[in-house]
Design a protein around this ligand. Structure first.
Ligand code: MIC
Ligand code: SF4
Length: 640
């Protein structure tokens, strides 16, 4: 049978299940990555699993999110991550070495392999022909321990690119166009596979911009074939032995086909506050700009930043604009310094940051009140920049750089500049990637802010409590558990971080939960979209949240709820959402009989109504929920 590329990679990694759309399957994981903001929890969980060393081909622990260090907490996390990595056989990438996805692309991605990462933008590696999936920290810890990863056999969408990118248009504009077509939940349960003559012109870093931001579609992952461009990139990185050619079979069947004509594509922009509020730059051209931020795992490759330098060379940024640039990796920054492009950036008036996530996750550089901030990042969720009144627009590096000079949002097609070409060779220096010596006599150092991983209680026959919050569509994990410089230092301390749950949209939420001993969350469509942070499940769990009822969920967050022992239910009738109010007293009945495909009866004691909800859990997930979460289940297996 003719197979898509996704099907080929699943077939070569499947451990159990049937490759039938929507059926649960388990795949073997070859590589893992973690970053510091989700990593401490993942390694605490790995330690609890009682293994000697990681079972994967390659596992890397990156420090890239929490590097502001405005207190001891971040630095303590870094030391914990370094010492625990050394013991268990994980490579450690030090702070300053770069953003996990960029460094992984440069030094570790291998076409045809599987990668599981505790960060939602792990599909960046799809640009290299990997099957790369984002997940919660506990799922990644399980993969490190050699357990297979569970997912639903996805539908496969083919995006065919025809024509070639025109002057002023970048790879970012392609993914913004896909977001305009499919929307932030258009990719749920799907893999987006790219093909067509248009991909031949796209380098691996450009492809990775596209697969990176495929996370914003809610997709399981996105993938490009492995071809001459892949070989070219690997060779320039001194890793050509990793190359294998990979393509879908001609005439393979896709569930949906979308065609994008690159000849016709114009510069695009995502308007506040969602990555799918997309229109052309022309439609909003002339908007006065206060801040421009260039960088993040979407757009901080060497070629992206040389293009930016080419636009800025010999020019000054507009007096009313603050331009800030962060770099994808030490390799990128060093090569920019060596080729003189860094000097052009500095001379233009740009503010230079280190090679980390930085402003993308609200670690500094919050814009002014009511600011218009143009960013080359992947998310413009409400409040994520750290300034509640700011309006964040997502654009390509070309649009960002040209607008920084003009002071107004401008169409880069009108700018006279040269697009960067790939370097002859990348500068290779792996000195900040520390190889583990697996020495168990060395201490794993735990700072005082690192608290044990919290666990839930086994499922009771009946769940009773009140509605603690009722929210609308597309609630992000940034709404549930905000990030930023103030909150991120507590990622290793669930009790402390739980105080900030929903703080940006309902500051009373945590206190309400404490007063009422927790209860339930009611939501609409695509609940929990965005980041993979399991804190968005662990913190509500700590506050006593027992179940969520929503109209639909984002994949990673739903699994994080299950892993934490929180029951994720779906309304069977849309109108039941409307019948519920804050503080309604609900009772979930007969949970000892919870079974595959069987709805649960919920009584609204306040309104004296009864309604049905579905849980959609497969047998394995039911087992996890019954144990009160995945870690409890693993521990009980270990004691057996
Ligand atoms: C993000 O971009 O939202 C993050 C911060 O990288 C998250 C991970 C986290 O919350 O630590 C993600 O994308 O998964
Ligand atoms: Fe870091 Fe931003 Fe990428 Fe998340 S999206 S990994 S915060 S650069």
């Amino acid at each position: 049978m003719k197979q898509t590329l996704t099907e080929k990679l699943i077939a070569s990694h499947i451990v159990s299940g049937e490759m039938k759309k929507g059926s649960p399957i388990q795949i073997h994981i070859d590589q893992t990555l973690t970053q510091d903001a989700t990593g401490t929890m993942a390694y605490l969980q790995l330690e609890a699993m009682g293994i000697q060393q990681v079972q994967t081909e390659v596992s890397v622990s990156y420090v890239d999110h929490n590097t502001l260090q405005n207190g001891f907490e971040n630095a303590d996390d870094h030391i914990y991550l370094q010492t625990v990595a050394n013991r268990y056989g994980v490579i450690f990438s030090k702070a300053g070495n770069g953003i996990c996805h960029q460094v992984h692309l440069e030094r570790f991605d291998v076409p045809g392999k599987t990668l599981l990462g505790s960060d939602s933008h792990t599909p960046t590696a799809g640009g290299m022909g990997m099957l790369a999936i984002g997940a919660g920290g506990l799922d990644v810890a399980c993969a490190m321990a050699g357990r297979p990863f569970s997912l639903m056999m996805p539908e496969i969408v083919n995006v065919q690119l025809i024509g070639r990118l025109q002057h002023g248009v970048g790879a970012k504009d392609i993914i913004l166009k896909v977001l305009q077509i499919l929307g932030v939940k258009g990719g749920v349960g799907k893999v987006i596979e790219y093909s067509g003559e248009g991909i031949l012109e796209l380098s691996v870093p450009q492809r990775s911009t596209i697969t990176n931001m495929g996370a914003e579609l809610g997709a399981t992952t996105s993938i490009f074939p492995s071809d001459i461009r892949t070989y070219e990139f690997l060779k320039k990185q001194g890793r050509e032995e990793a190359y294998v050619e990979l393509h879908a079979d001609p005439q393979a069947h896709y569930d949906q086909v979308i065609t994008i004509d690159l000849d016709q594509l114009e510069p695009m922009v995502a308007l506040p506050h969602s990555p799918d509020h997309v229109c052309t730059v022309k439609e909003v051209k002339g908007l006065k700009v206060d801040q421009v931020a260039i960088g993040s795992c979407t757009n901080s490759s060497f070629t992206d930043l040389v293009t930016v330098a080419n636009i800025l060379k010999g020019k000054q940024i507009h007096p009313d604009v603050s331009l800030v640039i962060s770099f994808g990796s030490k390799q990128v920054l060093r090569m920019l310094a060596d080729c003189g492009a860094l000097s052009d950036l500095i001379a233009s008036g740009a503010r230079i940051l280190e090679a980390t996530c930085g402003p993308c996750i609200g670690m500094g550089q919050s814009p002014k009140t009511d600011a218009v901030s143009l960013r080359t990042f992947n998310r413009n969720f409400y409040g994520r920049s750290g300034t509640m009144s700011a309006n964040v627009y997502l654009v390509s590096p070309q649009t960002a750089a040209y607008s920084a000079i003009c002071g107004y949002l401008q169409d880069a097609c009108d700018c006279d500049y040269e697009e960067a070409s790939m370097p002859e060779r990348y500068t290779i220096d792996d000195s900040q990637l520390l190889q583990p010596d697996k020495d168990w006599s060395k201490e794993v150092v735990l700072g005082p802010n690192i608290k044990p991983f919290p666990v839930n209680v086994p499922l009771k026959n009946q769940l009773e409590g009140q509605v603690m919050i009722q929210v609308g569509d597309n609630i992000t994990t940034d709404h549930i558990m905000p990030a930023g410089a103030k909150i991120l230092p507590y990622r290793s301390n669930i009790e402390k971080i739980s105080e900030f749950t929903y703080s940006q949209i309902d500051p009373e939420f945590a206190n309400r939960c404490k007063q009422h001993h927790g209860g339930f969350i009611i939501a609409k469509e695509n609940y929990g979209q965005g980041s993979s942070r399991e804190h968005a499940a662990l913190a509500p769990m700590h506050l006593g949240i027992k179940a969520v009822i929503a109209k639909s969920y984002a994949r990673i967050h739903r699994q994080n709820l299950i892993n934490s022992g929180i029951l994720p239910c779906v309304f069977t009738k849309e109108e039941d959402y409307e019948s519920i109010s804050l503080y309604d007293h609900l009772c979930f009945k007969d949970l000892d009989k919870i079974a595959f495909g069987k709805p649960i009866v919920v009584e609204n004691l306040t309104k004296q109504q009864t309604f049905l909800v579905e849980h959609g859990l497969d047998e394995k997930q039911i087992d996890i929920i019954k144990h009160g979460g995945l870690l409890n289940k693993i521990k009980s297996e270990l004691t057996k």
